[in-house]
Design a protein around this ligand. Sequence first.
Ligand code: SF4
Length: 261
Amino acid sequence: KHDQLQTSTKAWPPHAPQQLEPTPELMAELAAASARLESASPEEIISWAHDRFAPYLTMATAFGPEGCVILSMLAKVAPETYVFNLDTGYQFQQTLDLRDRIAEKYGIEVDMLQPELSVPEYEALHGGPLYKTNPNQCCFDRKIKVLRQAAQGKHAWMSGIRRDQSADRAQAAIIGWDKKFNLVKVSPLANFTKKDVWNRILAEDVPYNPLHDQGYPSVGCWPCTRAVTDGETDERAGRWSGTGKTECGLHTIQESEGSGI
Ligand code: SF4
């Protein structure tokens, strides 16, 4: 089923016998849980998700500060959770190195999922790097398609989005139905601020990307990420700068259905 995806070292997690359907009963359950968990700690939210959906609960991480904090929490609450990275082939070396630092500290081996075509194959197919001419297509091919494949056999996925990151993300539910991937979406850090995340990193010595100390508050693929200047307050200002694009499409809220928070 997953033969188009290259995995690194991990065996695929158990495959759910059937996908979840967004029935009225499920939506009502998610809405109630989301409302109840509004004041819960991220660890309590992760525990709830684990109790309700494991072993069909997964997490995608780009090794941002939020992802690293969730990994530190998973290590305490549900260390066996299958975690993967969308390894586009364009990530910074510092990001790739974080995988090993996390594994060493927490024993969590993040699986690196790669698209069907390598970067040279992909660029040859399109006559050059598509991130220059059509970044939406590039993100679709190298992230969204891979996540769709990874979503097969899962019931729920966790992400590190925070409501204070952007106007779009401000609408994120703690627990919601993600139409794009047909999964329950769990956002344990929705109510965390940037300061909360960094307080946790510093207090618990959570490994983080050294690029954050070099002017990169948000790190994506290297061709589409630049350092921000002192005057820029938007922490995502360095992502796809100058293109009008702000998201890779994984967290486009219009395509997700909130749960009535
Ligand atoms: Fe391609 Fe840039 Fe999207 Fe990475 S962030 S997948 S390089 S367009």
